[in-house]
Ligand binder design. Structure first.
Ligand code: NAP
Length: 463
């Protein structure tokens, strides 16, 4: 049996519910805070007071790394979810239940168990600010959520046991989902696995399904990548293609089977916003596109990780003079990333009106491609499809490339594009579109599961 791990803020009932679950399942119960106190011979308030939070977190990390691998119920401290290493250990071969409660309930429960504040704020404000700060980490930790505001520990434990036993999709929902997936152009081998998970031999009520939403998206590399990472980290998930021209349909199926999340690709990155309860400040207000949706505790939250995929490989080029080729969806995230790195950006595009529109949103200069020669940039970013198979055209002439230029081609099929080849021949520093894919995928994985995947692992898997 998988381990059962309880996460959540202080006062959500982890210890009480965990010990009931353990006795009902006839398993040992471990409270990581108790292990820390018995291991150090100090109370947690004392460790915070005399050694500081950093020391406490390091002891907590050691305790979590040494937890038994199977057949146990574990209750964790409120802050464990913020450390990706903890999440890697806790998530392995486990079902994680996130316990939640409203702020009034938590305050009432905590008034009875005083602890020194972590923030110096009065209790209620501390709860509000820390819950807000940790909320996305809590959601990433959750295989499923249980609100304990109105339930006794016994009732909450009963509900958790029922959920572990039955899962969420009913037989009807599984069959509807299957009918939906059958209409997509999904390659046969992973599809067989999906059928097994939904209605066949591998059916397990706690297996969660997620995937990439787009039309078309059968070419997406994400299913292979995510399923390989699920095996690597021992996660009970399966990632598939939600390929359909109707976003309504996709969202209905995702909700019906209680999907953990979706990667979102063309043509839905903008339209998905209307289906979400929240969007992060980068995706919503600035870029206007969402490529990641996390479902947790009844909410759907949208993020954009594309811009981080452009930003990360360019961190060392803060303040550079940059030209961005293209003014479409990916260019919007790229423009945001370049401006975030304080670059002096000119957007050049085939259709000048589109360049102008994007440039005005982000405070960039703009023009058509013929302006390139007068700019002498340090960096050029290609956000057009030129060079993407089967179109092998190079967006720049060879005489426009020089050794001091850094060339970032966001096209990643093929990994070695005509632009990258020509730039290398001229001695330029080059960054391939695979790097954007790698970084945005790592960020997605973190938002979905709270785990930091090393970049080399992602590169290895996408080949
Ligand atoms: P998009 O919204 O369709 O925008 C395409 C842009 O390229 C537009 O500005 C368009 O100009 C311009 N363009 C298209 N064909 C052109 C041509 N023949 N000559 C000159 N300009 C042309 O596409 P997108 O979603 O932004 O995607 C752009 C590229 O990014 C994709 O093709 C893909 O290769 C790459 N991408 C990479 C990753 C990654 O992870 N590395 C992820 C997603 C996408 P107009 O305004 O004149 O139409």
């Amino acid at each position: 049996m998988r381990r059962i791990v309880l996460t959540g803020f202080r006062g959500t009932g982890k210890t009480g519910i965990g010990s009931i679950l353990a006795s009902r399942l006839n398993l040992p119960f471990i409270d990581t805070d108790d292990l820390i106190e018995s291991g150090t011979g100090r109370s947690i308030p004392d460790i915070f007071h005399y050694e500081g939070e950093e020391r406490f977190r390091s002891i907590e990390r050691e305790v979590i790394a040494a937890l038994p691998a199977a057949d146990v119920v574990i209750s964790t401290g409120g802050g464990v979810v913020c450390d990706p290493k903890n999440m890697e250990y806790l998530r392995s071969d486990s079902t994680i239940v996130l316990l939640t409660a409203d702020i009034d309930t938590i305050e009432q429960r905590l008034v009875k168990k005083p602890r020194p504040p972590l923030t110096g704020l009065p209790l209620r404000e501390e709860i509000a600010s820390m819950m807000d700060r940790r909320r996305r980490n809590y959601y990433a930790s959750a295989d499923f959520c249980m609100d304990t505001s109105e339930t006794s520990p016994l009732q909450a434990a009963e509900k958790i046991l029922a959920r572990l036993h039955e899962g969420v999709p009913t037989t009807g929902q599984r069959n509807t989902a299957l009918a939906f997936f059958r209409t997509g152009r999904i390659p046969p081998v992973p599809f067989k696995k999906l059928v097994d998970i939904l209605v066949g031999s591998e059916k397990d009520p706690t297996t969660r399904i997620m995937g990439v939403a787009g039309y078309p998206c059968a070419h997406s590399k994400s299913p292979r990548l995510f399923n390989t990472l699920f095996d690597l980290y021992d996660l009970n998930y399966h990632y598939t293609w939600f390929e359909d021209p109707e976003l309504d349909e996709i969202m209905d199926v995702a909700r019906a089977i209680d999907a953990k999340g979706l990667s979102v690709t063309i043509p839905f990155k903008h339209d998905i916003i209307q289906y979400l309860d929240e969007i992060d400040e980068h995706a919503a207000q600035e870029i206007g596109a969402v490529n990641t949706v996390v479902f947790a505790c009844g909410t759907a939250i949208g993020y954009n990780t594309d811009w981080l995929g452009v930003r990360k490989p360019l961190i060392s080029m803060k303040g550079a003079k940059a030209v961005l080729l293209g003014a479409g969806g990916v260019a919007a995230g790229a423009a945001y990333a370049l401006k975030d790195l304080d670059m002096d950006v000119t957007i050049l595009n085939r259709t000048p009106e589109n360049a102008q529109k994007l440039a005005e949103r982000f405070g960039c200069a703009w023009g058509t491609w013929d302006k390139f020669d007068g700019i002498k940039p340090d960096l050029v970013v290609n956000a057009t499809p030129l060079g993407m198979q089967p179109d092998t055209r190079n967006p720049l002439r060879e005489d426009q490339l020089y050794k001091e230029l850094t060339v970032f081609d966001l096209v990643y099929t093929p990994p070695l594009t005509p632009l990258i080849e020509a730039a290398r021949a001229k001695g330029c520093r080059t960054i391939s579109g695979t790097e954007m894919f790698v970084e945005q995928a790592r960020e997605q994985f973190y938002l979905f599961f709270g785990i930091d995947v090393p970049a080399e692992k992602v590169r290895e898997f996408i080949g």
